[in-house]
Design a protein around this ligand. Structure first.
Ligand SMILES: Cc1cc2nc3c(=O)[nH]c(=O)nc-3n(C[C@H](O)[C@H](O)[C@H](O)COP(=O)(O)OP(=O)(O)OC[C@H]3O[C@@H](n4cnc5c(N)ncnc54)[C@H](O)[C@@H]3O)c2cc1C
Length: 326
């Protein structure tokens, strides 16, 4: 099955800074015995492609166009469509980030091909069939899907799940740079306002400190910010916290918020409703702090602390400071 499949990987980056999830996707792709092509859309040609090759790309195709400085689905979709027609990949892998989900949905719809989102496993079986595992029923179960029909298959992979860290500095690969002329693309957004000092994206964070209504008021979230600062973590929240305006929607975890899979999820004053669990139950280690010993969150927690989170979080912060020497 050597090089039977052509696997396209869309590089996600923020002004040239490649997002860690791209390396995870390359790791996943390189385990599939195919030709892995990384598609990099950029406004400049001079970019560092070595790490993409070290992480599993056999080829890096850099496409430049003045419009690629900022991600807009209209221009990226137009560019990706042009390239897909040229390189005819069997599958195209993207991140299950907001951009990845938007871009994959748009192109899959336009090409009338299938899309599997938020996958947590990806394999090619002995018959050459592509198998993916993805959550269903708000994460309460997983479906193992065999992809059939017209190619390419579009697949988005959940961040933080495919981390293999098998970096090989000795790998070699081909880099091709090409200016791309886009068809006349109607662009509906002509000005993007960036949030200055935006926090660590919760979908990419390896540690998350998350607060629920048990935090009592918005001011108490400072306790979580302090703990997150010591651990290099992101702060997240349950939905009512966001509905109350205590935290931004970008921090909401759950069925109607983000899905996260960090190494460590510390749930503070969160009851553990199914809609919240839908967004965080695939975390590798869950620590729950709740004053109610019967809170449902304890049923999925690896470690549980029964007590007042407003007292326990500062103790944890101090203890981690001592251990980490900061
Ligand atoms: C269609 C739909 C979609 C939804 N989507 C989401 C979603 O995406 N994300 C989400 O989170 N929810 C979602 N919800 C809401 C969900 O059902 C719950 O209402 C919500 O998750 C509860 O949030 P909470 O745990 O912060 O609050 P609560 O359920 O009120 O729990 C607060 C917890 O804090 C504990 N507590 C109180 N004081 C302290 C203290 N001092 N120290 C320690 N513990 C304390 C209490 O024992 C309690 O367990 C959705 C609901 C619906 C119907």
């Amino acid at each position: 099955m050597e090089n039977k499949f052509i696997i396209g990987v869309v590089v996600e980056h923020d002004h040239g800074e490649i997002k860690p999830v791209t390396y995870e996707i390359l790791n996943a792709a390189s385990g599939l015995s195919g030709l892995v092509i990384a598609y990099y859309f950029s406004e400049i040609q001079d970019i560092d492609t070595k790490k993409l090759i070290d992480n599993g790309a056999n080829e890096v195709k850099v496409f430049t166009n003045p419009t690629f400085g900022e991600y807009f689905h209209e221009t990226y979709a137009a560019g990706l469509l042009v390239e897909i027609q040229k390189s005819q990949p069997d599958m195209v892998l993207l991140s299950s980030s907001n951009n990845g989900k938007e871009l994959s949905a748009e192109i899959a719809t336009r090409m009338q091909v299938g899309l599997a989102t938020d996958c947590v496993d990806l394999q090619i079986d002995d018959n050459g069939d592509v198998l993916v595992k993805r959550p269903i029923f708000s994460g309460k179960a997983f479906a193992l899907c065999k992809l059939k029909g017209t190619k390419p298959y579009f697949i988005t992979l959940r961040p933080n799940v495919f981390r293999d860290e098998k970096l090989e500095n000795t790998r070699s690969g081909i880099v091709k740079k090409d200016q791309i002329t886009l068809p006349n693309v109607p662009q509906f957004v002509d000005n993007l306002v960036r949030e200055v000092g935006a926090d660590l994206d919760i979908t990419e964070a390896r540690i998350i400190v998350s607060g629920g209504l048990g935090m009592q008021n918005p001011e108490n979230f400072k306790l979580l910010e302090d703990l997150a600062g010591v651990l290099g973590a992101a702060v997240a929240a349950s939905r009512p916290v966001v509905d109350n305006g205590w935290q931004e929607y970008t921090r909401q975890v759950g069925q109607t918020g983000r899905t996260v899979s960090p190494d460590l999820y510390i749930a503070c004053g969160i009851s553990g409703a199914v809609q919240h669990l839908a967004g965080m139950s695939s975390s590798r280690c869950i620590v729950a702090i709740n004053s109610d010993p019967h809170a449902p969150i304890f049923s999925i927690a690896d470690y549980g602390i029964v007590g007042d989170t407003l007292k326990i979080v500062p103790l944890l912060t101090q203890e981690f400071k001592n251990i980490l020497g900061c």
